[in-house]
Design a protein around this ligand. Structure first.
Ligand code: ATP
Ligand code: MG
Ligand code: FE
Length: 351
């Protein structure tokens, strides 16, 4: 099926068009620069930016794909989780399109969409797989037995998301937003073992209750304290070492827990997704440790790891192929939509 996907859960306006699992267009307009001076995404600013970007992005995606609106078989849209006001802009547009074109509308889960990104390009996603989703808004470990109807949340962050930790530590180090690329840049030549920063929720007593959960706020505080102590002592702050050591702590805890899940559950596959996958050290260590553990590692191309509409379109196409009914037109935005709900508000069969 020819599906147009709309993604507006955070600061990217993403419009993707797929034919089945073939990518035809993936247009992304980001309002990240507008958030830079606040050091993080401002919901109201993001929602307004989506409103302005959506129309042109849809036009551009159609042109790139070489298709017309009339040829579309269905519309897919992110209905949650994410920023409510931002989601509403995409949902409104999706409903209007589906009504006007008289095509089915699929309201889907953003996090499962990140997993669906791996469908694109033809090699089918093998299940079961463990998926580690790391971005500015979430840090979640999933067990995907079946993309369409069996996704389980193994664990998630109990405070800051991994990308958020990069952004906050960057601020501590006097670096601009977004922090991830900045930390990567500054860490070049730094010693990742110079400072032993804490690995959140990794002590035996924490592992009992939080085996697959993450915590990054203590790490951020530890970095801030370390830097302050240096400054108070009038000593220079070794930026490269601090950045490399901080990054190592994040990468280490993410992969230790993800690979522990693979081992515990006997699932020899790990999929990575989310904007933090842009981190070079994360990819490097993931490849080495997965190989060592005999786990097959999948990392979609970066343009499909950060928020985008193509992954939403691909998940919609998969729901159609699986024979799922479309969503009703009555659904809303659910900022805390659980990952078990792959599709929102499906029309009941026979209705
Ligand atoms: P969502 O959480 O809904 O997916 P988001 O917009 O916060 O939305 P992304 O756009 O996927 O998430 O990713 C942005 C985050 O990724 C930011 O926190 C940014 O600092 C982080 N990031 C980007 N590049 C890197 C990098 N090289 N290393 C570490 N983190 C990075
Ligand atoms: Mg973003
Ligand atoms: Fe995302």
């Amino acid at each position: 099926p020819l599906v147009l996907g709309i993604e507006t859960s955070c600061d990217e306006t993403g419009i993707g068009i797929v034919r089945g699992e073939t990518l035809l267009a993936n247009v992304i307009a980001s309002s990240m620069e507008e958030h830079a001076r606040y050091g993080g995404v401002v919901p109201e600013v993001a929602a307004r930016a989506h409103l302005e970007a959506l129309g042109p992005a849809i036009r551009q995606a159609l042109a790139e794909a070489g298709v017309t609106l009339g040829e579309l078989d269905a519309i897919a849209v992110t209905s949650g989780p994410g920023l409510a006001g931002a989601l509403m802009v995409g949902i409104g547009a999706a409903k209007a399109l589906a009504l006007a074109l008289d095509v089915p509308l699929y309201a889907v889960n953003h996090l499962v969409g990140h997993v669906g990104a791996d469908l694109i390009g033809g090699t089918p996603l093998e299940t079961p797989t463990v998926a580690l989703l790391v971005s500015g808004g979430h840090t979640s470990l999933l067990l995907v037995r079946d993309l369409v109807d069996d996704v389980e949340l193994l664990g998630e962050t109990i405070d800051d998301a991994a990308g958020e930790a990069f952004d906050k530590v960057a601020r501590v180090l006097g670096l601009p937003y977004p922090g991830g690329p900045e930390i990567d840049r500054v860490a070049v030549g730094g010693d990742p073992a110079a400072i032993r920063f804490p690995r959140g929720l990794s002590l035996p007593k924490d592992l009992e209750r939080h085996r697959y959960d993450f915590s990054f706020s203590g790490l951020k505080t530890a970095v801030a304290r370390w830097v302050e102590a240096r400054q108070d002592a009038g000593e220079p702050v070794p930026l490269a070492d601090v950045a490399a050591s901080f990054r190592e702590a994040v990468v280490d805890v993410l992969l230790t827990k993800a690979l522990a899940a693979c081992r515990d559950l006997g699932v020899p596959r790990l999929l990575l997704g989310g904007g933090v996958v842009a981190n070079r050290r994360l990819r490097e260590v993931a490849e080495a440790r997965a190989a060592e553990a005999g786990v097959a590692l999948r990392i979609p191309p970066l343009s499909l790891c950060t928020d985008n509409g193509a992954m939403i379109a691909a998940l919609g196409a998969r729901l159609i192929t699986a024979g799922r009914p479309p969503s009703t037109l009555g659904f809303g935005a659910d900022s805390t939509l659980p990952v078990t709900e792959v599709q929102v508000d499906p029309v009941s069969p026979g209705a």
